[in-house]
Design a protein around this ligand. Sequence first.
Ligand SMILES: O=c1nc2n(C[C@H](O)[C@H](O)[C@H](O)CO)c3cc(O)ccc3cc-2c(=O)[nH]1
Ligand SMILES: C[C@H]1O[C@@H](n2cnc3c(N)ncnc32)[C@H](O)[C@@H]1O
Ligand code: MET
Ligand code: SF4
Length: 434
Amino acid sequence: MSTALPGPTSPPSGHAVEAALRVAEAGGPLDPREAEALLAARGLCDGDPLDRLLRVASAVRDAGLAAAGRPGVVTYSRKVFVPITTLCRDRCHYCTFVDTPLQLARAGRTPFMTEDEVLALTRDGAALECKEALFTLGDRPEARWPEARQWLEAHGFASTLDYVRHLAVLVREETGMLPHLNPGVMTADELADLRPVAASMGMMLETTSRELFERRGAVHFGSPDKDPAVRLQVLEDAGVAVVPFTTGVLLGIGETPADRIESLLAIADVARRHGHVREVIVQNFRAKPRTAMRGEPDLALQEYAAALAVARLLLGPDLRVQAPPNLSATDDDGAELALLLRAGVDDWGGVSPLTPDHVNPERPWPHLADLARWSAKSGFELRERLALQPEHALDAQRWLDPAVAPAVAALAGPDGLAVQGRRPVGLAPRRPAA
Ligand SMILES: O=c1nc2n(C[C@H](O)[C@H](O)[C@H](O)CO)c3cc(O)ccc3cc-2c(=O)[nH]1
Ligand SMILES: C[C@H]1O[C@@H](n2cnc3c(N)ncnc32)[C@H](O)[C@@H]1O
Ligand code: MET
Ligand code: SF4
């Protein structure tokens, strides 16, 4: 028989999209099938399915910002990117961040940034009013590379995370900047050890797809830290440890629409139970740079907008949905960013006036003046936030260790956002006792 029934990979029918849109427009909760149908919404003309979806997503976002006391505000964090090591035990196929010890040696680089390098970089950042030090690095390189083990041992550190801890203390004490730690998988013990030295931490869930981890040749095959069960456990442990936490999904790495929904629902669930996740990154991976296009945004962009809008609906009004502004085209005077705002985005994440995005080095940051202007064109005021969301900053008793709370308080305004223009300062040098 040749009558093919719609399989799990068939695109949803126009009817399914329409039915799901009606549920969304009525403010009803979406079941996973309906959410998946909405991922296929397309068309940006008035009344087209995607246009209708974006309207609902905008309304949910607007209600959340109003409830948070900052209607019409889109935030960013002024940061310095500190790539402590590009050695990693994993082999994610999309990653251009990693190096091998041989590549490092040929480039005359050490396996880890030295204390002096980290301090020079963060001092420059502090002088430019950057308030976040983003520590992003390869996962547990000592488990794979003798060069990493030897360097750590020679410098007196038990592990990469032990060195991260040391550097986070140094940076906070010397510059007053707030560490955000993004070192990959952490155990419950490691989370507890690192909590007193960080304003916040993060780790992208990426995807819940087991297939992408287990199938030979798939993007996460051979990357033990990308086992979805392990990553879900980190999100859970971070909640139990009361750590302000950033996570998110990476789109376009071979996951199915159903995987996208499952991943977003897993994040929504852990965030609801613990309250530690208040910002969710929806990051678009595109293997090939899009051909430059004027006018009508192309389908890949519409697919991304639909995913952002569905993320907004599944995560609800109280979480910030973050899209990195450097991963969209900005040659068209911010038209793509305007579309992301229509899709329910309310946070641009970290933006640096000093360092490149080492994960996406070919994508420069927009100038902050441009980002502010483009946001304003969509009716949004761009405001600087700290490395953690205002709700966490304002409830320091619960969310911050006493060792790091004063550094946050020194940079936060009464609304929990950053005091714009304030320069972080380190601790005064200790005076000898009289
Ligand atoms: O510049 C970047 N910042 C990244 N950030 C940092 C982000 O830009 C902000 O610093 C945080 O949102 C601060 O709250 C991440 C943070 C995480 O916790 C998890 C993943 C990322 C990913 C990136 C990234 O690819 N590039
Ligand atoms: C720091 C985070 O950046 C994301 N990441 C890693 N490589 C890429 C890439 N080429 N493009 C976009 N995002 C990427 C992953 O989600 C990782 O967890
Ligand atoms: C450069 S990737 C970001 C940190 C970590 N290696 C991870 O993949 O989660
Ligand atoms: S774990 Fe992070 S650094 Fe390592 S290969 Fe994967 S994305 Fe790159």
